[in-house]
Design a protein around this ligand. Structure first.
Ligand code: DGJ
Length: 331
């Protein structure tokens, strides 16, 4: 087996069992020294984009080595359930609620056999970060359409749903209730008529930064970045922050999350998906370091990199990683 350096954007990424990580459209949580990676568990073939299994979860204490923790949220066998096998469950994101001590998962939900017309959000909770998560309910947040979505927890503990609404035309920044199980009905329309999705938000240098994509299905398009002093805006457009080969198509990928490196102020990782709609399980992950300069940022392609690229960050690189071609199957 060939030893390879830590992050290899676009290559197969084996977990600690040597099986390719299966967590697409991912979201991350850092808690008690551990990172958790939640994502869509895809299966083989063109039907592999629907939820045949559920939401997977992996854990890591160094961002390099990921342990398979199983399926955090399982699809239901009950045809009456909105999360029945064959529904669409995308872009799961998890926050810890300090008041209820529950881990709260939100995801984009489409009802089985209805294409993308339902435009709903689902909520599930668990007392453990690795689950099992119990499905609570699904709905249209604030009574509005909701497709691609993310969650953002601000420094004051207040949390928001950022979702592609109004038939993919405008994003809604929707305030979550204190228990994170619902929205409050207060929302702000942001990026009006810009038709953005794949939203991710991070905060650095006192600014809020946004990265998203345009809406071209599973096909890549140029990334869209913006900066603001307040989540509600006004947002100033920064253009496409990507640099290097295939930067005009976001390196063949679509944004899903910006991952803060714990204990390293200013260190953020851009996380994106290279989708493979004909064989969804073969979708790849693009992780790249974000370079922040004042009130702007850039993302430069690199074939291989590790956490030492971040200024001031001295992080021991792991011994090695080994290439694997094994596929994880449903449990
Ligand atoms: C783009 C979205 O970002 C994905 O999550 C997925 O919903 C596809 N569209 C479906 O075409």
């Amino acid at each position: 087996m060939q030893a390879v350096p830590p992050f290899h954007p676009g290559e197969l990424w084996p977990d600690t069992d040597g099986v390719a990580i299966n967590a697409h459209g991912g979201g991350f949580l850092y808690r008690d020294g551990m990172y958790y990676w939640y994502g869509e568990f895809k299966t083989e073939g063109p039907g592999g984009n629907v939820a045949n299994v559920g939401v997977s979860v992996y854990s890591s204490n160094d961002l390099y080595h990921w342990k398979n923790e199983g399926i955090a949220l399982k699809v239901s066998d009950d045809p009456a359930s909105d999360i029945v096998k064959g529904s669409v469950i995308e872009r799961p994101k998890v926050l810890f609620n300090a008041k209820t001590h529950l881990y709260v998962m939100w995801f984009h939900l489409e009802l089985k056999g209805k294409g993308y017309s339902a435009a709903r959000a689902g909520v599930a909770t668990s007392s453990s970060p690795t689950g099992p998560f119990k499905f609570v309910r699904d709905f249209r947040p604030d009574g509005e359409m909701s497709r691609d979505m993310t969650l953002y927890q601000d420094d004051d503990g207040k949390a928001y749903l950022i979702t592609t609404s109004e038939n993919n035309q405008t994003q809604h920044l929707s305030e979550l209730a204190p228990d994170y199980l619902d929205t409050t009905g207060h929302y702000t329309r942001i990026f009006e008529h810009k038709a953005l999705e794949g939203a991710a938000i991070f905060k650095a240098n006192g600014h809020y930064f946004y990265i998203g994509s345009h809406t071209t299905g599973w096909a890549p398009n140029p990334a869209y970045a913006a900066v603001a002093d307040s989540l509600a805006g006004p947002w100033k457009e920064l253009g496409n922050p990507c640099l290097g080969p295939n930067a005009e198509l976001t390196f063949g990928a679509q944004s899903t999350y910006v991952l803060p490196v714990a204990g390293k102020p200013g260190a953020f990782i851009f996380v994106a998906d290279q989708w493979r709609p004909k064989n969804a399980i073969d979708g790849r992950y693009v992780w790249l370091p974000i370079k922040i300069s004042g009130d702007t940022f850039s993302i430069t392609w690199s074939d291989a990199w590790d956490l030492n690229v971040f200024p001031g960050a001295s992080v021991a690189a792991p011994s090695t990683r080994t290439k694997s071609s094994k596929r994880r199957s449903a449990k």
